[in-house]
Design a protein around this ligand. Structure first.
Ligand SMILES: Nc1ncnc2c1ncn2[C@@H]1O[C@H](COP(=O)(O)OP(=O)(O)O)[C@@H](O)[C@H]1O
Ligand SMILES: [Mg+2]
Length: 489
């Protein structure tokens, strides 16, 4: 039953509801106790009144108004000294002989009360013990009656209406109901405000946590500027906020350290490749020099020198690629100038045609030139890498289609070939560094980079321009698509 009630979800609503329920229970307990107590008190007073009145009124019925006087000589009609509504009855044995009630005007005197058989039985059942008893007669309201033994062995019953007691108790109930209702309403509103105010720091902790969770924490330099207001550190809420802030501090420290080590690694890669350029160029130069040596050189030595020269060339390319990647990683060395992609494609394809005359090169260009903002040399290099791949990883005679189109916001540069495609297991990591499908084939391919860095440079250049590169490949159809924002970057 209780579980069907809608449960408040927020801590605030729960605390407020709990407060109101507790207050309601206390109010109900106080109200019930007050009503019971007042009822008992007033009934006791009524009994006392009955005791004080003695059996004078019913005795007057017995003696026809001539009462034995206590202290007062005025004996003409006993009803005058009785409270209006006083009930009197006389029983002989179990039979009611008289029953009257004091009339409302003093002149009216005692009025006879018509009694039914049930009423008579009830009266006869009242014990003559000098105690008050509640009784309900059909012809009268509820009464409090007291029975006493008369002088002639008859029983005299005196009664007073309980109506005034009930009226007072009802009034108390009404007043208590109104006051408690108002108190509950005020407590509900004030309690809600109070709870809200007390939990305000908690909402701020939650807001700060949300703010932090929306920050990009996965890479780069991260500054966690926001901190939750701690308030009183002795309160639970203050402790939560304090602990949360400490945690944020630790996280920030860790992220700063991570960033520093990333930076160190990057500058190491950049420095290393930069430093390698000179010795590699020198090896290549010496090999060339040695090959130019006049006179007979054993064939074996000549072959070795040729290998040294070509491998040094390859190493030089690799070092250049590594240096470029390190610089792109550091976000450096990018121009922001308008680049006419159409022009760039025409240039690159001309070069590719010269390098791979055995392939069929086709172009699909849109009418108007497509322009992006960026670095011409890097973009040229990226496209050259894609074209080199289309040439080197497909058999002679394959068709390579280069298309360039734009929808006004993005320029899409696609290189498609009908070669064997990229192996399915290589595809997911094809843009990672040093990924090559066939590791056995190295220098033999001649002229290409062959280092496994070509596509990672394409990806890094696209990203540095705010764009992306994707691959769709199946045997007979491979498409690399570079998308760049038009005009931005
Ligand atoms: N057009 C293509 N067709 C088939 N395989 C390709 C193509 N382009 C790239 N690949 C595969 O992706 C790998 C990674 O390419 P890349 O990063 O340029 O390195 P590299 O060309 O130096 O091997 C290549 O080794 C090749 O296996
Ligand atoms: Mg390549």
């Amino acid at each position: 039953m209780l579980s069907r009630l809608p449960r408040p979800h927020t801590l605030r609503a729960r605390l407020t509801a709990g407060l109101v329920v507790l207050l309601a229970v206390s109010c109900a307990a106080v109200g019930v106790a007050a009503v019971v107590e007042l009822n008992g008190f007033l009934t006791g007073r009524l009994d006392q009144q009955l005791r004080d009145a003695g059996a004078r009124f019913p005795a007057s019925l017995e003696h026809g108004g001539n009462l034995p006087s206590d202290h007062d000589g005025d004996e003409d009609g006993d009803t005058r000294r009785q409270v209006v509504g006083t009930f009197g009855a006389r029983l002989v044995g179990d039979t009611v002989t008289d029953a009257s009630v004091v009339g409302s005007s003093s002149g009216a005197g005692a009025l006879p009360v018509p009694l039914g058989a049930a009423d008579k039985r009830k009266l006869a059942a009242v014990p003559a013990d000098g105690q008050g008893h509640s009784i309900d007669l059909s012809s009268l309201d509820d009464y409090r009656v007291m029975a006493a033994r008369g002088r002639d062995g008859d029983i005299l019953i005196t009664g007073l209406p309980t109506e005034p007691v009930e009226a007072t108790v009802h009034r108390l109930e009404l007043v208590a109901g109104i006051v408690f209702g108002a108190a509950l309403a005020v407590a509900g509103v004030a309690g809600a405000l109070w709870v809200r105010w007390s939990l305000r720091p908690l909402s701020k902790v939650a807001a700060t946590a949300t703010q932090v969770s929306e920050l990009p924490l996965s890479s780069g330099e991260v500054v966690l500027a926001s901190r939750a207001p701690t308030g009183d550190p002795r309160s639970e809420v203050g402790r939560v906020a304090g602990a949360f802030n400490t945690m944020l501090g630790h996280v920030e420290d860790a992220l700063t350290k991570r960033h520093a080590s990333e930076e160190r690694l990057r500058s190491f890669a950049a420095d290393a490749s930069h430093e390698l350029r000179t010795p590699v160029a020198s090896i290549r130069g010496h090999a060339e020099l040695a090959l130019l040596h006049p006179g007979p050189v054993p064939r074996k030595v000549e072959r070795a020198l040729e290998r040294i020269e070509s491998e040094a060339a390859r190493m030089g390319d690799m070092v250049d690629d590594l240096l470029l990647l390190a610089r792109l990683d550091a976000g450096r060395l990018l121009e922001r100038l308008p680049v006419d992609l159409t022009h760039l494609v025409l240039d690159a394809v001309t070069d590719a045609q010269a390098a791979g005359p055995g392939h069929r090169w086709t172009l699909e260009l849109s009418e108007e030139p497509v322009t992006v903002t960026g670095d011409t040399h890097r973009l040229h290099q990226a496209l050259a890498n894609l074209l080199a791949n289309a040439r080197l990883h497909t058999p002679v005679g394959s068709t390579v289609t280069i298309s360039l189109e734009t929808d006004g916001r993005t320029a899409a540069l696609k290189v498609h070939d009908d070669g064997p495609g990229v192996a399915a297991d290589v595809q997911p990591k094809v843009f990672e560094r040093f990924t090559r499908a066939d590791r056995r084939r190295t220098a033999g391919s001649g002229g290409g980079t062959g280092t496994g860095l070509g596509l990672s440079i394409v990806a890094a250049v696209a990203e540095a321009h705010g764009g992306s590169v994707t691959l769709e490949s199946a045997p007979g159809s491979t498409t690399f698509a570079v998308r760049l924002p038009v005009g931005g970057g």
